[in-house]
Design a protein around this ligand. Structure first.
Ligand SMILES: [Zn+2]
Length: 150
């Protein structure tokens, strides 16, 4: 039986921060604001996995009121969840970002995520077409769908 879960996340750009997507650092003049390393893609995938497994959401497991998760490596948190959810069949995800272009980094992100998840991963990219917080370059959003099989 297959179970699917959806995850969505967004973080605002801020100066003096790193831009990390799916565990891959992307060179850019600013990064994402957040309590952890603000890896918006890792967070969306973590939520998708928790959803598919019926285990709530990322905020319940890694609350931002807990000092342990300050500046946390989100790929490590993802690894904790991967170990709990069982066999992952596939993950599909979309990064919504105006700048920088994701395409030069897409393969590195896919490889990083496939190693962490142990399944096939598809990484898609889109922009905000100049609209909304993504389009104005104020932040990045990510969507993910994870499928588990038992
Ligand atoms: Zn997040």
């Amino acid at each position: 039986m297959a179970h699917s879960g959806i995850g969505i996340d967004w973080h605002a750009f801020a100066p003096g921060r790193r831009l990390i997507l799916g565990g891959v650092e992307i060179p850019h003049e600013q990064g994402l604001q957040g309590y952890s390393d603000a890896d918006v893609l890792a967070h969306a995938i973590t939520d998708a996995l928790l959803g598919a497994a019926g285990l709530g959401d990322i905020g319940q497991h890694f609350p931002d009121t807990d000092e342990r998760w300050k500046d946390a490596d989100s790929m490590e948190l993802l690894g904790v969840v991967v170990a709990r959810v069982g066999r992952i069949e596939h993950v599909d995800c979309t990064v919504m970002m105006e700048r920088p272009k994701l395409s030069p980094h897409r393969e590195a992100i896919r490889a990083s995520l496939e190693q962490a998840l142990g399944c096939t991963v598809n990484v898609k990219a889109t922009t905000g077409e100049g609209m909304g917080f993504v389009g104005r370059g104020e932040g990045v959003a990510a969507l993910a769908v994870a499928t588990l099989i038992d």
